[in-house]
Ligand binder design. Structure first.
Ligand code: SAH
Length: 360
């Protein structure tokens, strides 16, 4: 009867509505012979009321509710474990088929950030990151990316005994490389930014990349959000050692692409966040800070220095806090807005680079 529904991604022969951005939702309702405004109504139920039960959608006719129940479903992946840190950070383990990914909620003074995963594992194998140590199992679907946010907001809003700060910011800094799952990440971003979706401002959404240049070149034509780049080195020699992706797309190539993105982007006042993990005696010398300042002189940027987080079997050590402060002070003197990122949730392995998905 609805033979044109094949184009909407589906599970168990039912279409998961969490896969559909507003435009696709409108097309879906038109394709089943309904009015476009049903898309507004259903998206309101999903993204305002956090309702996944068609029977409760009381402003929709009973006939349509029954029809929807037959052909679609609203299904976020299950949060199977919740780990609470003493600093308020929460890490959820999320079941995707037979694998686990992780989603992290980080409350701060004036905002709360949700860190979402985009892939199961990661193929990039950056030497200092634990996600690269596990086997890559595939890309997450839109519903699995959007579903992490949907579940987290629902829990923070309704399930917590103690009042938690509502989620204000989303960062694509969990497991995986977002730009290697470009299509699904962009379609998820459409739902995050849309008025009928999560309705979060582009200034509060950040995509972080290790530097997949061809995808970054495409990104600005597809969506506009904040950009963060995992640079982590002041020159190709060091970057090649710690991030093998640099052998494919070197620093100059990457920074050219970043500048291209910034020339189009209206998010984050046209600046990029440079992430720089502080590895003891690898990339944290005074000369490296000076080299970094020179490298970035023509790039509107703020610099996030990240104390390296330990994980089993790694060969690295984090820089001493004094070395990090010295490094930061050089960059600040050269005119860069530089912050030292506070590590959050280390007691539950929820900090940057500690997400491996396995049950610990
Ligand atoms: N693949 C994307 C998204 C990951 S974001 C990217 O590379 O940007 C996670 C951030 O934490 C990245 O900047 C990553 O390089 C950094 N990171 C990875 N392992 C880390 C570790 N052990 N300690 C601190 N930061 C780490």
């Amino acid at each position: 009867m609805y033979n044109n529904l094949y184009k909407f991604e589906n599970i168990d022969n039912k279409i998961n509505l969490l896969n559909l951005d507003y435009q696709k939702m409108c097309n879906f309702f038109l394709s089943i012979g309904e009015k476009k405004f049903c898309a507004d109504q259903v998206m309101n139920w999903i993204y305002r009321e956090y309702c996944d039960d068609f029977d409760k959608m009381t402003n929709i006719s009973k006939i349509l509710r029954k029809k929807l129940k037959n052909i679609c479903i609203i299904k976020a992946p299950h949060f199977i474990e919740e780990h609470l840190s003493i600093d308020g950070t929460i890490k959820w383990k999320v079941a995707i088929n037979n694998n686990l990914i992780e989603t992290v909620y980080i409350p701060e003074k004036n905002r709360s950030t949700l860190c979402v995963s985009t892939q199961i594992g990661c193929i990039l194998e950056c030497k200092f990151c634990s996600t690269g140590q596990i086997k890559f199992k595939g890309n997450l679907k839109v519903s699995e990316i959007v579903g992490q946010i949907w579940n987290a907001i629902k829990r923070i809003r309704f399930n917590q005994s103690k009042k938690k700060r509502p989620i204000t910011n989303i960062v694509f800094m969990g497991m995986g490389e977002p730009l290697l799952n470009l299509k699904n990440v962009v379609n998820s971003l459409k739902i995050i930014l849309n008025n009928f979706g999560f309705n979060i401002s582009k200034n509060k959404v950040t995509i972080s990349t290790a530097g997949i240049v061809p995808a970054l070149n495409k990104l600005s034509n597809m969506i506009d959000v904040n950009l963060a780049v995992s640079l982590h080195a002041p020159n190709d020699l060091i970057r090649n050692q710690i991030m093998s992706i640099n052998k494919k797309y070197n620093i100059q190539n990457l920074l050219r692409s970043v500048n291209r993105y910034l020339s189009v982007s209206k998010a984050n006042r046209g600046g990029v966040t440079i992430e720089y993990v502080m590895l003891d005696h690898i990339n944290d010398e005074i000369i490296h800070a000076e080299e970094l300042a020179l490298l970035l002189r023509k790039i509107p940027s703020k610099i996030n220095l990240i104390p390296w987080n330990i994980f089993p079997n790694s060969i690295y050590k984090s820089s001493h806090p004094k070395r990090i402060e010295k490094f930061a002070s050089i960059l600040t003197k050269k005119g860069f807005f530089t912050i030292i990122r506070k590590n959050r949730g280390t007691d539950i392995n929820a900090a940057c680079g500690q997400l491996i998905g396995k049950i610990v």
